[in-house]
Design a protein around this ligand. Structure first.
Ligand code: TAP
Length: 489
């Protein structure tokens, strides 16, 4: 059997499809997958052909018949085994992720272990799915509200969190009794294939999980339009999410986790050092390629210059390196030339409109960086809302900062965006905390910390940041239909 992880050629990964419990070579053109730190090809993946996609969906449909009826304890046991298999191989999986995505190995390993945790979380939730008996409206009648798995899920995921964003959909689908066909990002297919390999190790039956590779505009679009796919679970840009919503050729369930342009407000009562630490962590982790990255910060004027100076110093201290060679680097290479180019464009735009460069603004110097997509963490201050950094998602290691005078002004600036994913507040005064958290029009508000998404609370956006939730019970409910059964005795 072909295996995506152990290639016969050292240092290369074998690109395959995973359909009906087996890896297969795929008959379509070979698409290159490149290490963004070196520019070297790490392997190729097949462009899935229409008959191969049909095979994957048909396998998922067949498997649904038995998987959806399997008792919840057995589905939970399988998810626990999957979590164990993933955790046991976290080092190797992390190196695969770094080779295709660029984030440092230690950070990649942390993501793999969080995916293992998600498997265990949803294993437990699988055993607690129950319906309701609702109050009678007439004597002699009883109404039951049942939850039934939706069916075959098509999952389409981006490249910034290649394990978690695949895994959340996979775990919730399997816990609910759905089966799944996954189309990972073209840049990062090998992490998804490594997860598929672990489903074999965990004894998850053939057809329950399938992975098809290739371009979003072709394979992803075909999955969206496939008549036998009951739900699309999508994470990616707002533009592609809207396109998917508009291009469904029949009514189907959709959950869309889309872009962000996340604000942080630092009020006069904030702990300055804590706020700087949080901003640097959430602004620059994964080289800023996070939907909930701190993109823009509004600071009370009395703290403004101190905050700008300290954030610049924190950014300057961060290390940038090839994530395979330096596993504990703060930032690795960016995933491709596209987010790098957008970051540079947002910096140039801000500086042309009068912003002040406080840190970064350039690639690191030296031969080691010459072939990769590296960029120093960058802070620009004195920003205004005619700059792209304050009004668009950068998706790179760039933070824009501007001062504010009143809380009302800060809230209005924070909400001045089409997005509504995550927001952050640093304050110690309870009035500041209540006023700002009530005023922020976001799905997630983190106060005096930057952990906007945790596994047992719903995670999702408003406005152009999406519809639906991942994580928590709410995330699991996305994979069920409700059925009202009315009984007369
Ligand atoms: P997109 O370009 O939107 O791509 C996401 C996925 O959609 C990829 O697998 C892509 O395939 C596929 N795709 C592209 N066109 C398609 C089409 N017409 N039909 C079906 N699928 C299609 O996003 P990206 O650049 O990979 O990721 C960055 C974006 O994701 C950012 O905006 C970020 O905020 C967002 N994001 C949001 C969240 C949450 S939880 N809200 C989390 C992470 C990222 P290809 O790779 O082949 O293009």
């Amino acid at each position: 059997m072909l295996n995506p992880v152990d290639s016969p050629v050292p240092g290369r990964l074998t690109g395959v499809l995973f359909i009906d419990g087996a890896f297969r070579a795929g008959s379509g053109a070979a698409l290159p997958v490149v290490n963004p730190a070196t520019g070297q090809e790490v392997g190729t993946i097949p462009a899935t052909q229409p008959d191969e996609l049909n095979d994957a969906v048909a396998a998922a449909r067949r498997a649904f018949k038995t998987w959806s009826r399997l008792n919840a304890r057995k589905r939970a046991d399988a998810l626990h085994r999957l979590g164990d298999a993933i955790a046991a191989d976290a080092d190797a999986m992390a190196r695969i992720m770094t080779a295709e995505q660029g984030k440092p190995v230690n950070e990649a390993r942390g993501e793999i272990l969080k995916l293992a945790d998600a498997c265990h979380f949803y294993a437990e939730e699988a055993t607690r799915v129950h319906g309701e008996v609702v109050p009678n409206d007439q004597n002699g009648y009883q109404s039951l509200v049942l939850r039934e798995p939706i069916g075959v899920v098509g999952a389409i995921t981006p490249w910034n969190y290649p394990a978690e964003l695949v895994g959340w959909k996979l775990c919730a689908s399997l816990a609910a009794g759905c089966t799944i066909v996954i189309k990972p990002a073209e840049l990062t297919p090998f992490t998804a294939l490594a997860i598929a390999e672990k489903t074999l190790a965990a004894g998850i039956p053939a057809g329950v999980v399938n992975v098809v590779t290739g371009k979003g505009s072709q394979v992803g679009q075909a999955l969206v339009e496939h008549p036998d796919v009951d739900k699309i679970a999508f994470t990616g840009s707002s533009a592609v999410g809207l396109h998917i919503q508009q291009s469904c050729t029949q009514v189907k369930r959709l959950s869309l986790e889309l872009g962000g342009n996340c604000p942080m407000i630092v009020t006069q009562s904030a702990d300055l050092a804590l706020a700087v630490k949080g901003a640097a962590r959430r602004g620059f982790r994964n080289a800023g390629q996070i939907c909930i990255a701190v993109n823009r910060i509004y600071v009370a004027r009395s703290l403004y210059e101190d905050f700008v100076r300290e954030l610049g110093a924190a950014a300057d201290k961060l290390t940038v390196a090839d994530g395979l060679q330096t596993p504990d680097a703060d930032l690795g290479a960016m995933a491709s030339g596209e987010p790098l180019g957008k970051t540079q464009d947002h910096i140039a735009d801000a500086l042309a409109k009068g912003a002040r460069l406080v840190a970064g603004g350039r690639a690191p110097e030296g031969e080691a960086y010459a072939a990769g997509f590296f960029f120093r963490p960058t802070v620009v201050a004195d920003c205004t809302h005619d700059m792209k950094v304050m009004t668009e998602e950068t998706f790179g290691p760039l933070i824009g900062v501007m001062p504010f005078d009143t809380l009302e002004e800060a809230i209005a600036l924070a909400n001045d965006t089409p997005y509504g994913l995550a927001s952050y507040l640093y304050a110690r005064d309870m009035v500041d905390i209540q006023t700002v958290s009530a005023g922020l029009d976001y799905g997630n508000v983190a106060i005096n910390n930057v952990d906007a998404g945790i596994m047992n609370a719903p995670y999702g956006g408003r406005k152009q940041s999406g519809i639906g939730y991942e994580h928590g019970r709410e995330g699991l409910l996305e994979y069920f239909n409700f059925k009202h059964v009315r009984l007369f005795h």
